[in-house]
Design a protein around this ligand. Structure first.
Ligand code: ATP
Ligand code: LTN
Length: 326
């Protein structure tokens, strides 16, 4: 069975872009693959955290993933820091990647430019990500376009380790969803919807209530020619609404455009579709939130399933490298 792994940082609540572009796809894949989904709290601490907040954010992100359709009975959801093999393997991989390779990572260049304090961990972040993937012998890593470079580096690290110490790690492939799985900010439709862009009116949070969804979609930036047409370059705002409406149902955006001659009804239908899409996710989230002990129990089961796989791979890496056995 194909092994799939993809992680998400507990760095804020999920938004519609995360859901339509990634999580919904993970929820589908879990039925046909052997899927692992860590909440990568150790990646989140590459930037300073307020004392005590990361644990709560990790629990909340785990509940959001479950609410969004990842079923802990079907796939393996766990917390990265609960499986200590990630940090141990990351060290071996840090020693297998060069300073030059890490310096070329665009996410590091972007993020370090925005930080006052640039931690060494922010620099070596891709080695920890490589450990997340390689410990599970993952065949496929479903991610957005921005992560391609990290997956390429993961392959290079695995190849180098294998050639130095013998066959140890499997080389993974990035799986990036087809174009259209990129939800844009409602106020700045040429930017992707993102948690870190400070645009609360342009971002639909998965937990937004129906009134907030309606307000944000009604005030979405369009253009002044009044024609409903799917044309991402010339009409980014209208095309984004058509893409969201399309992703919420099962028709293509260009085909949906033919049903509308004015922006008002397009916005009203898009808002309605998003509200309906989010309703069951929000209801499940409230249920999970009411019983944090149950989520913790599910995460403990996930961690032990994950650890069984990770510890065997780490053992193989230690043996091939030739570390003295204890
Ligand atoms: P940040 O803004 O903090 O960088 P983000 O909102 O971009 O975060 P990530 O946590 O980096 O999201 O990514 C989680 C997953 O969601 C990734 O696989 C990413 O490709 C996907 N994703 C993020 N934003 C969008 C978007 N606007 N449209 C489609 N997919 C997205
Ligand atoms: N770097 C990724 C999060 C991430 C990840 C992973 C994704 C950490 N470990 C392993 C896929 C596989 C991000 O910023 N979205």
């Amino acid at each position: 069975m194909t092994r799939v792994l993809s992680g998400i940082q507990p760095s804020g609540d999920l938004h519609l872009g995360n859901y339509l572009g990634a999580i919904r796809n993970w929820a589908k894949l879990q039925h046909t693959t052997d899927a692992f989904h860590p909440v990568v709290d150790l990646h989140a601490v590459t930037v300073p955290q307020k004392p005590g907040e990361i644990g709560e954010a990790t629990l909340r992100m785990s509940q959001m993933l479950m609410a969004a359709g990842l079923d802990p009975q079907v796939c393996t959801i766990f917390v990265q820091s609960h499986v200590h093999e990630h940090s141990e393997c990351a060290w071996l991989l840090e020693c297998t990647v060069s300073f030059g390779e890490l310096s070329r990572m665009t996410q590091f260049k972007d993020k370090s430019g925005r930080q006052e304090f640039v931690s060494a961990g922010l620099f070596t972040y891709p080695a920890l990500q490589a450990a997340d993937i390689l410990l599970y012998d993952a065949d496929e890593v479903p991610v957005g376009d921005d992560q391609r470079q990290h997956i390429e580096l993961t392959r290079d690290i695995a190849e180098r380790f294998n050639s130095r110490y013998g066959q140890t790690f499997k080389l993974p492939e990035a799986v990036v969803p087809a174009a259209g799985a990129r939800v844009m900010d409602l106020q700045h439709p040429t930017n992707k919807m993102s948690k870190s862009l400070d645009s609360p009116r342009g971002t639909i949070d998965l937990l937004d209530d129906p009134a907030a969804v309606t307000r944000k979609i009604k005030s979405a930036v369009t253009d002044s020619d009044g024609e409903v047409r799917y044309d991402v370059a010339a009409k980014p705002g209208v095309s984004n609404l058509l893409s969201i409406l399309a992703a919420a149902g099962d028709r293509a955006p260009a085909e949906l455009a033919d049903d509308y001659s004015m922006y008002g009804p397009l916005k009203a239908d898009t808002a309605e579709a998003v509200i309906e899409l989010l309703r069951p996710v929000q209801a499940r989230f409230r249920e999970l939130q009411a019983d944090p002990a149950e989520t913790s129990r599910l995460l403990a089961v996930g961690a032990s399933k994950a650890q069984a796989v990770a510890s065997a791979t780490l053992q193989r890496a230690r043996a091939n490298l030739g570390l003295l056995t204890a």
